[in-house]
Each structure stands twice: as C-alpha cells, then as structure tokens.
Design a protein around this ligand. Sequence first.
Ligand code: AMP
Length: 606
Amino acid sequence: MERVIGIDLGTTNSCVSVVEDGVPVVIPNRGGYKTTPSIVAVTEAGKRLIGHIAKRQAITNAENTVVAAKRLIGRKWNSPQVATSIAMYQYRIVEGPHADVRIQLREKIYSVPEISAMILQEMKIIAEDYLGEEVSKAVITCPAYFNDNQRQATKDAGLIAGLDVIRVINEPTAAALAYGFGKKIDRLVAVYDLGGGTFDISLLEIGSEGVFKVVSTAGDTFLGGEDFDARIMDWLLADFQAKHGVDLRQDRMAMQRLKDAAEKAKCELSATRQTEINLPFIISTGRNEALHLQCQLTREKLEELTGDLIQQTIDICANTLDEAGLDIEDIEDVVLVGGMTRMPKVQERVAELFKREPCKGVHPDEVVALGAAIQGSMLVAEKSEVMLLDVTPHTLGIMVVGGFFEPLIPKDTTVPTSQTKTFTTVRDNQTAVKILVLQGESEKAEENELLGEFVLTGLRRAPKGEVEIDVTFEINADGIVAVSARDLETGQEQSITVTASSGLTKEEVKEMAQSSHEYLVERRRGEEAEKANQEAETLIGEIERYMPQVEEVVRGSEHGPEAISKAKEVVEHARNALRSGVPDAEMKEILDSLRRTLRMFKAVLT
Ligand code: AMP
C-alpha cells in the first residue's frame, strides 16, 4: 500500500508524520527535532535555507528570511492582514500580478505558495530520508477557519512541492482524530488551538463507531503567538525609547534581535516567573558608543500585556458554544493544541471557561501531524474504520439585487455537500447574469470575501422574472468550492471551480512545480556530491595513516616501491579533485581507486 505522509504546515513550525504498522509516528528531521521551523531564507551566495538553519541566520539576514508565510497564504494584496504583515516583518512583501501577495528574496520574487512549498518539500525530504523511499502522497492540514482561497493556495503549495495532496483537513479535526485514535469513546470534545499565527476552536463529536463529526468551528486567522511577541516588543521599544530617546524600529537587525528575545522570554515565562532580556550592543549611536537593552520581564507583566489577546480567544470559544446551542457542561474533554497553549495563563483561562482541566495525554506540537497521517492512511486503505465529517467554516452564497448576500450553504454544514437555488432575471430582456461567488457572514455582499465570478450568457429575451436560473454550489471533501449556473430553459451552463483567487494560475503552478523539482534534483545531487567528498577525505586520511607502515613492509619486495608510488598518485589525484571539483562520474572512479588502495594496504598489514 502506498505511503501517505501527514503534514502539519504551521505558521511557526511544521511537523511530518506517517503511520507505521498501524501506529502514527512523528518523523524527526536530520537534527533529531520533531518539528522544523517554517522559515525560509536565501543567503548572499543564493543558497536556499530551510528550518533550523534558516532560523539561526535570521538576525543577520532578516530581509531575506521569511517567517510566518502562512499568515499571507491565499490573501489578497489589499487585505488588512497583509498591511499588518508588511509593518511587522523585515522581509519585502510586494504586490503580485493577480492582486496577490509576493515575497522578494534577493533578486527573485516568489509567490507565497512557493515559499510554503519549500517548507513542504523539506518535510517530504525528511519523510523520504526516514522511510528510505520516495513519497508522493500527502494530507496537509490547515486552520479550520481558512477560507477557500487559503485552502486552494495550500493545495497549490503541495503541488509545487511535488506532492499529490490527497486531502486538506482542518487542524482541529486532525487533532481530534489523533486524540480519539484507538479509543472506543463517545465524546463531545473541544479542541483549543493557539499556535504561532492562528487561533482555532472546534467542537467535535467523537463516536465509538469511528465517526468524527465537527459540530462547530470558529477562530481568527490572525491571532497567535506572533501577536504575543509583538506586545512584548512594543513594551521593550517604549521602555528603550523612554530610557535612551532612541527608536529601534528603524533598525532591522535590532528589530530581529528584539523579536527573538521577546519570543524567548515568552517561552521561558511558561516555566519561570521572571526572566531577563539582555541585548548588548543593540544599536550604535554613531558616536563610537553602543547602547544596550536590558530589562526584567515578569510573568505577571507578560500576562498584563497579553491578557486581551487571551480574552479574545475565550470570547470566540464562548460564542461558538452559544452558536452551536451547547452549554459548557456538554463539553466532555478539552484538547490543547499549538505551542502557545504551554503558557500557564492560557491553560488557566481555558480551564476556567470549560470548568475542567484540559486533557494532558496529547502533545500539542505533534497531535495535528499525527492526525493528518491517520487520515492519510485511511484514505488509501481499502476499508476505513473512521469517517471524518468536516464542516464548512463560512457561509457561501452569491450577490443578489441591491448588493445583498444570498446564502446558499450556511456555515457549519457538513462537507462534502451540494445546494441548488433557483433565481430569476431582474431586468426585462436580460440576456446575461453575472454570478459573484462570496464567502462570509455579512448581509452586505461587499463585506464578504469574493471567491470568484463568472457570467452566464445567452438567456432568452423575456420580461424580468420570467427566465429561471439554477445556481448550484458544491463543496468537496477538501472544502474547495465549485459553482455552476444553469439556464433552465435552454440547459446552457456555466461553471467555475473557484481557483483563480488562490493567487496563481494553473500555468504558474506548473512552472513553479517544475522549478521546485529541478531544485530538488540539484539539491540531492549536491548532497550526494558532498557525501562522496566526505568519504574521499576519510579514505585519504586512512591511507595516509597506514602509508609509513606499508612502506616499511613492502620496501624490499619487487613491486613494493611501484605500488607505493601508485598509491601516492591516487591520493594526490583525489586531493586535486577535492580541491577543484570534478564531475560526479569521475568522483566515483576516484572513490573506487581510493577504496582499492586502502584494501590493498590493509591486506599488506595483516
Ligand atoms: P505552533 O504554531 O503550534 O508551532 O506554535 C508556535 C508558537 O508557540 C510560537 O509563537 C511560540 O513562541 C509559542 N511557544 C512555543 N513554546 C512555548 C512555551 N513554552 N510557552 C509559550 N509559548 C510557546
């Protein structure tokens, strides 16, 4: 059976998992870490860095280091979240050709799905190294609150990374799947997920028959650990300005160091009550004099600075329960997901709201990837014991006369689903209708997200209200939307799969996938070459170590001196090759000669 990996593509960290012998396991990266920072950088030499290695150089290369790309994925250029990101991050965010968002790293401009694809590709490589085989199928998770554009863009990222994304599932659903895995329980659980960039709350029914039904889901795609860090930074900036009269905001490097220090302090305060933030030489005053930033941050102060952010998550939880018509007492367990749920105040407020201690049995950083892998293995299994019933997080509909929004599929409808509504023409002799597909909760069309539009033409000329048109909305299991309109008289039909707004055209995705594949081939080749070089170095070292002994032993023999000079030649040739670089095939021959020489030396000495 084909392997499917589960990828939790996080704002801050990503995690990959696979089901082995029926048990989901998290796959560690080469450094042994179970999560990999979702950070991409390009060095001055044009080298691409991903994960921990990208994180380590972020301070000195802030302009060319992308963090939290997930906050930008599937967004339109003019959205407020993009404006916030431009102010918040050091890398260059620019407008793309489809009013989408692009990121400039050195001379090259990348789409956001391309950046996410680099992270996905890294996760694919981590899995392939571990499994020792190529992996092409994946289930990727996204926040439940992601709209259609963001889901499409996530799928595009998978395609660009060379992955066949067999399903995009909601993070809380994945978490519940991992939580309920192997347990025969009937339970209504709340999944509270506060990560680096997003907040999600989902209420799910786990049935002992293996049915997982999402009852309700809500969240904020722009509320997470990054905002906590920003609060600490603002506080540090204000304090520094008051003490020294210097605004550090102008200095990219200082800002990056400040951001790192703020995050570090935040994490430390989950375990201690007080921490010191110490940034020597944060800025030079230009008079040969440097200023240092030093201050104490207490847990109480952190809680004061971020109390309203936690409150926002609590309000969203209370609203969701309300909307679902549920009481706190109905919730039988609370699962915490996301790094930010390690903050004691978050745990305290959640426990207070739900009137129970959250479940301790799941690992907040790994549970989502594990769930994705479980779902992946089920999708390829012949018979699956678990059924996932997800819901659409937003209402879908079209714009009607007067600029109003007419819902077709209400939020929290179980997907896949399909709905049809009949509309009539609104003007005499109207021969065409424009269908604006929207997603959101406002009565006013303009306040909702425009997913796409198309025109149905060739309608019969008739007085208004006479021509009937059926509009059908379909949402597939990935939560991706297709809309069609049909003239009931002529049977003429127009439809769209809402794809254009992911920010990329099909051709662009194809080209990006091609160049990402080329990169991968090149990188693998580079790694092979590096391995060969290392082996050559080791062999040369060993041969040279044995050389004096071997010379001693063979000195008197007939062919001894010739063999020694041949061996020296082999070593010399290999050294030159290492110094100047040679094609792969030649390196292979050099390695063979080195191995032969070493074997011969060992034989002489035994
Ligand atoms: P995630 O997106 O789930 O990987 O969550 C990452 C977020 O969790 C980042 O904002 C981290 O700074 C934050 N985080 C990680 N560990 C801790 C901790 N021990 N205490 C508080 N926040 C943490």
